[in-house]
Design a protein around this ligand. Sequence first.
Ligand SMILES: Cc1cc2nc3c(=O)[nH]c(=O)nc-3n(C[C@H](O)[C@H](O)[C@H](O)COP(=O)(O)OP(=O)(O)OC[C@H]3O[C@@H](n4cnc5c(N)ncnc54)[C@H](O)[C@@H]3O)c2cc1C
Length: 484
Amino acid sequence: MSSLPTTEYCPEAQCLIAAGLQSHVLVPSNAEYTQRIESYWCNSAKLRPACIVQPSSASEVATAVKALADAGQVFAVRSGGHGNWAGSNNIDGGVTIDLGLISSAEYDATTELAHIGPAGKWKHVYEELEKHGRVVAGAREAEVGVGGFLLGGGNTFYSGRVGFGCDNVVAYEVVLADGRIITADATGEYSDLFRVLKGGGNNFGIVTKFTMRTFSSGPLWGGYAAHPMEIMPAAAQAFVDFTANSSKDPDSTLNLSVCHMPHLGGSLAVAVCTNVAGVENPPAFRELREKPEILNNLKKTTLQEVLPYTSLPPNFYNTWYTLTFKNDASIIAKAHALYTQLTSKVQEKVAGGEFTTHCSFQPIPKYYTEHSVAAGGNIFGLERYAHDAILIQASVSVRTPELASWARPQVREMIEGIRKFAESVEDGICPWLYINYASPDQNVLQSYGKDNVDKMRNAAAKYDPKGVFQRLCPGGFKISAVKD
Ligand SMILES: Cc1cc2nc3c(=O)[nH]c(=O)nc-3n(C[C@H](O)[C@H](O)[C@H](O)COP(=O)(O)OP(=O)(O)OC[C@H]3O[C@@H](n4cnc5c(N)ncnc54)[C@H](O)[C@@H]3O)c2cc1C
């Protein structure tokens, strides 16, 4: 932590110092400041705040929020720092509230609940809970942070069993804009806030603790199978059949990516397959497994061992877009064709070939929504859509900001091409856009539907009447920016 004389701190830090947080403030001359900036996953997110404040408890977060709000100081909120775009979790010139010191995970055997700090990395959460033979519906990757993942929703290896990660949160400890620390749950005074935190991002306050349902952990079966790209587009039907039959085997999940990954040998189709009940080679994967394969490491394994297989390399400039559409092979085939065109363009543009492109297809079968509804509901509005759906995360990762600026319209064009094609299929578009995969120019909160937009607006007005999280915390998808 910093130990400069008070006068040498930037003006942005003065309100924090006056509030007694000086020992938690990092300025650019501190080595820890540089370490924290470098630890963002995406290079575009490595902005330069005037200072970083690292509270170590909910009450220190409250002190920081109150001080910043009273001073009219702009700020950003960061948990795991895995957000994919500049400004969602960091800020040039303002103050970044870095929750990095609030990262513990504790299991309560009496209630069978886990209490998890926002900046925990999922690999550490799983490690801690595994000591008690328990697990939660967290990320499929090791380094992703708890806070952004759960406030956005969270697609997990356990979603077939228990729905999205957010559907498994039973209580949120939240610091509101006026510095109050409250607990929002399904039935108490803050049940309206509880609901909108399930997908509503950083619009309402800063979550300092997530309390989640746990369930028994156990060995998994899974890993990845790398296929030659030539299995596409024929493999689209295998994916569609997997999704359509998913409710018969909710323990099995599939994430099929078409990707160009130099470290994996170029262009490939990679299927990450898991069965969380540990069933070996479950029939759900048979159709896909019959396709030509380069190699696989599928075996009886552990959650920790599978986590690296959905990892994406850090320290690139990334452009991510998302779309959700009907479980339909013709749309997947179109997406693959447009992805191939995009990859050729990137290949032509990027001298030396140091880039990755990636388009992953993830089943969102209708019955996931039933889990959400049974758990009290989230705000995605997926219940409006009558069909099984497919979520895609499409991205280009390059080494310079100039190439990233060039890539953004290219990825957008690909997504718009898929959307246009999907619109030609009956009910081809599912309206929900996944906040955690979206580009900042996508209308994420609007995609949840009018009722849910109203719920979010009402909650923001009630719990943050001065609009602190709308005006002073510009990062993330803002409810005040949603147009009717
Ligand atoms: C390699 C990789 C793998 C991934 N795997 C998955 C996956 O398996 N499933 C999936 O669904 N998603 C996955 N994602 C997406 C991931 O869920 C999002 O990037 C998520 O936002 C990361 O959480 P974080 O805490 O690291 O976010 P951060 O970048 O720290 O924050 C993201 C946003 O949430 C806000 N925020 C964070 N914490 C809080 C808080 N406590 N209170 C209020 N606002 C807060 C921030 O202000 C910011 O706007 C993956 C991403 C990457 C890069």
